[in-house]
Design a protein around this ligand. Structure first.
Ligand code: ZN
Length: 178
């Protein structure tokens, strides 16, 4: 499958993605191709809008940032719905394949519950804590047209404004295909 990465400045990253209807062969092929892209780019998460598909799908590899640094098997979330964000807030560093070279400390709830469908269409509900919860919230934001830089503190965001402008200019000329 020929996928085109969407970079910062691409309007598809600002759209609200569409619900997935039937999980057919095309969706399965898309998810397989997304896993390839995530791994080629050494990412730990990827949302469909980042490969120019405005669909409510994201994948993660659970990353144990705190202790072992281990990376888990790819997990697929189709039509995810997030609930029960914890009161506790954690700050940690995030980056994004669509905003290369930018890393920032972002505050998010420490835990989140997600209800979604897997590749077989089965519904599941799972609660995530720590860095994996952060991955889920970062990727889910992509389905709503939100980027992690939108969640930076205003002062810090201002500091990288020039950098983002330059990046946008550079990336608008860049085409990447798997
Ligand atoms: Zn991202």
């Amino acid at each position: 499958m020929d996928l085109q990465l969407a970079y910062y400045g691409d309007p598809i990253l600002r759209q609200k993605a569409q619900e997935v209807g039937e999980i057919d062969e095309e969706i399965k092929a898309l998810v397989a191709a997304m896993i390839d892209v995530m791994d080629q780019k050494s990412g730990i998460g990827l949302a469909a809008p980042q490969v120019s598909k405005s669909l409510r799908i994201f994948i993660i590899r659970q990353y144990d940032k705190g202790t072992s640094g281990d990376i888990g098997e790819p997990q697929v979330f189709i039509n995810p719905k997030l609930s029960y964000p914890s009161q506790e807030i954690l700050e940690d560093e995030e980056g994004c394949l669509s905003v290369p070279g930018v890393y920032a400390e972002i505050e998010r709830p420490a835990a989140i519950t997600v209800e979604a469908q897997d590749l077989e269409g089965n519904f599941f509900t799972k609660t995530f804590h720590g860095y994996p919860a952060r991955e889920i919230m970062h990727e889910n934001d992509h389905l709503n047209g939100v980027l992690f830089i939108d969640r930076m503190m205003a002062k810090e965001r201002k500091e990288i404004d020039q950098m983002l402008k330059k990046l946008k200019k550079k990336l608008s000329k860049k085409k990447w295909r798997s």
